[in-house]
Write a protein that binds this ligand. Sequence first.
Ligand code: HEM
Length: 414
Amino acid sequence: AAETATPGSAAPDASAILGFDPFDPAFRADPYTHYRRLAAGGPLQRTEVGLWVTTSYEVCESVLRDPRFGHRPENGGIWRESPMRRRSFLTMDPPDHTRLRKLVSKAFTARLIERLRPRIEVLVDELLNGVEGDVDLLATLAYPLPVILISELLGVPPEDRDRFKAWSDTLARGLDPDFMLAASELDRRAEAREEFAAYFRELAERRRAEPREDLLSALVAVSDEGDVLSEEDLIATCVLLLVAGHETTVNLIGNGALALLRHPDQLEWFRAHPERVGIAVEELLRYDPPVQLTLRAALEDVELNGTLIKQGQPLLLLTGAANRDPAVFADPDRLDLARYGRDDASRHLAFGLGIHFCLGAPLARLEGQIALGKLFQHDVGDLREVALKTGELAYRDNLVLRGLDELPVHITRA
Ligand code: HEM
């Protein structure tokens, strides 16, 4: 809620670059209507400053799977990426991407993550325990859960977690391209990044002196062994894990809970089918994904969907729109938790696709399933009902991430 940018607080050319105004309250409340209008203009369009934009599932899929698209060089010069951002493997191409991702991916296999289940269950119980009356579901549950988990995985001491909240609020906009931010916001973001980096540098020192059973200690050991992971890579990876793993998961829980609360028939189905919580969460991810888009550039001339994309030209992949592409999903604007099996809702692009497919997907899924399951399926203690408070909902100002400022609910206990 710290970021309440008003229209005009973005760099002035954001609308020109994108071809739509990302700060228009109507767009923020419902980007999907806008995407549909955009889709009517064809699968691949070009904005006035030369950015290619697609709403098509097929085009998104082709680009994400094609090694001829990536993150260099400089996204056609339309926008500059801050140096810090470039250094994490989220925006690297092979072979650097491959090398760095491999080091971390061992800690995120579905099997290892599944071991966290009891811990996540205890955490959700603790966070919801005794909560009653009018509450903000984001502050109560959705925010603390992911940050506690990723901190525990990395090995961040509990007493330091609160400092993260402030940095993370600022850094959440770090996923946005620079042209989205006003100069003051860019400065604040750079500052938060520096503080974050300094914090991890110091923590890494402590783990080097006294290793523990955590991811940071493991990464420090790798970094010391050879030239596979530089100190700079190490810090950038920690910051990436926190930023990529935090705000996104908050929004899975927030957007997911909101979608359920707004669709009583689906909520009823959800309550009646705890054994199908997995497929339900996939549909919630398809329907209102926390990550709405991603960017790539052509690394060489490529013919895409009959159109020549020249080397260096940037593409905006509206994966949030592709998730509602009628060519793939029948009746795409309908929330249908039982969809899976009919048109394969797990094909959604909420976690991306290809070499950058979300590394944290097993963790995010488990957190979402347990949090939403406990909220709505198995009553926690004497928790009886979670009801949406009426009133207007505000979305955070962010282009890449879609999430609420707060989610006011009323919780009744027996
Ligand atoms: C990458 C979404 C949770 C770590 C991605 C990408 C998406 C995504 C769309 C691909 C970006 C691109 O191709 O440009 C999400 C969503 C989440 C979530 C919707 C929650 C519901 C997490 C968690 C973690 C995580 C919990 C880690 C703890 C990462 C990392 C990458 C990534 C490290 C970069 C992978 C690479 O470049 O190879 N995520 N994510 N994410 N995510 Fe997630």
